[in-house]
Ligand binder design. Structure first.
Ligand code: CMC
Length: 421
């Protein structure tokens, strides 16, 4: 097997080395392409472009495999807590009991934000989209923690990680509570990370909040499933913003904005809105299937298709059965679940979807669970962000520790040539 690639251009042959990962995927190392040939590559949407070497997450879109640091997503969902998975992503290995206790204790100690943040939150209209609010509040955290982190200091990096892991659920749940007109409460230091999140989100001021194992398990699974997904749009955003040496909080704030879009994390909100629209329109799934296939209609079947998964999305499989479980255990009969299953069944046997390898993705069923847990539709992408946080942190740290160069793609200019006024 050859370990290089030859490119012939203008009768000259240039050789470029192959780079190989631990799971046998190969790439052409074109770092010297422009210097040697004067050419650049053209790849809109980076469909064929590897932006980095990474040892965090592996996914095989053809085989439907997703692993964090070598552990299968199915295994982690079954046997680990979200905070263990966060530790795994950020530090490379699952924590020992002692490491886990230390990490959790540090997070608990930092689970408080400056009271002045409430003033910032209060200045948003109640109708503001929670993703915009969350991104702004995460950015605002910088003002309250202005010291730049020395990335060569493990202690400083650890402190920045702990602070963000601790404060982010507070910002997210306050964003939710503000929308609901509920008081901005704090967590209970005796609870676990996910229990705290549930408590901060759902606790009513006139009632004691009783933890439900169904809710905690569902949240735990959902957060784990969303925790990382290699070089997706928001993660690439976090890495590219961080590559300018912008800080962790600023980079994550940018990642939240990238996640917001309906083609990325915002799809979970778009899926439920689509299912509700189909229900309100009489439940005619065939009509919407036809719209999705009509090239003159901008409508897409939200929650279907993936840039990388071309067989099935392993996260969707886990979420689908979790949705069934949660609805049964909570005794909820949601007609929207039936519409979703109907759409999936039709799409899986429709040549348009089969030929294009379009399968349900992680967002197709997650919204049904969030809905069953009483989370408003506009908050769905915030839930995704809560899960994705450790992935963003891990990817940002990896990029900074490797001292990667500033991200700066080139272009093929197609505008006017030299003009005079
Ligand atoms: N409904 C109808 N047609 C679709 C869909 C869809 N959901 N997704 C892709 N196609 C068609 C598309 O029109 C194109 O057809 P043609 O070859 O005839 O032009 C073909 O399939 C390939 O699509 P693409 O847009 O070139 O594929 P992509 O890799 O650039 O986009 C995607 C991937 C996820 C953005 C896209 O499938 C999509 O828009 N899906 C709906 C939004 C969604 O569910 N997003 C969540 C992604 S998973 C969560 C996450 O990780 O963010």
């Amino acid at each position: 097997m050859s370990d290089s690639v030859k490119l012939t251009y203008n009768d000259e042959t240039f050789e470029f080395p192959l780079i190989e990962g631990t799971e046998d995927e190969k790439g052409i190392d074109i770092k010297t392409l422009r210097a040697k040939t004067g050419l650049i590559t053209y790849d809109p949407g980076y469909k064929n472009t590897g932006s980095c070497e990474s040892s965090i997450t592996f996914l095989d879109g053809e085989k439907g495999i997703l692993r964090y640091r070598g552990y299968a997503i199915e295994d982690l969902c079954e046997n680990s807590s979200f905070i263990e998975v966060a530790y795994l992503l950020i530090y490379g290995d699952l924590p020992s009991e002692e490491e886990l206790n230390k990490f959790s204790k540090e997070i608990t100690e930092e689970s408080i934000v400056d009271e002045d943040l409430k003033t910032i939150l209060k200045s948003f209209p109640k109708t503001a989209h929670p993703m915009g609010v969350l991104s702004s509040l995460t950015s605002a955290l910088i003002a309250f923690n202005p010291v730049a982190v020395n990335v060569d200091s493990d202690a400083e990096m650890r402190f920045a990680v702990v602070k963000l892991m601790a404060k982010f659920p507070i910002l997210a749940s306050w964003t939710h509570r503000k929308g609901k007109g509920l008081p901005l409460n704090y967590a209970d230091t005796k609870l676990s990370y996910v229990e705290n999140l549930a408590s901060m989100m759902f606790k009513r001021p006139n009632d004691v909040y009783t933890q439900s194992p169904v809710v905690v398990n569902a949240l735990n699974k959902l957060l784990i499933l969303h925790a990382d997904h290699e070089q997706n749009c928001s993660t690439s955003t976090v890495r590219i913003v961080g590559s300018s040496h912008a800080g962790l909080f600023a980079s994550v704030s940018a990642g939240i904005s990238a996640l917001w879009g309906p083609l990325h994390g915002g799809a979970n909100q778009a899926v439920i809105e689509m299912l509700e629209a189909i229900q309100a329109d009489g439940g005619d799934t065939k009509k919407y299937m036809a719209k999705a296939k009509d090239k003159n209609d901008p409508f897409r079947l939200m929650g279907f298709g993936h840039r990388v998964y071309k067989n099935f999305d392993p996260r969707a499989r886990i979420i689908k059965s979790a949705a069934d479980e949660v609805l049964t255990e909570l005794g909820i009969d949601d007609p929207i679940l039936e519409i979703a299953k109907g759409l999936e069944k039709e799409a899986l046997s429709d040549p348009y979807f089969v030929e294009r390898k379009l399968y349900p993705n992680v967002d197709f069923y997650s919204g049904i669970i969030y809905r069953a847990l009483g989370i408003p539709t506009q908050m769905f992408t915030v839930m995704f962000a809560l899960g994705r946080l450790p992935g963003w942190i891990a990817q940002w740290m990896e990029m900074r520790k490797k001292n990667e160069p500033i991200g700066r793609p080139r272009q093929i200019y197609t505008g006017s040539t030299d003009r005079k006024i």
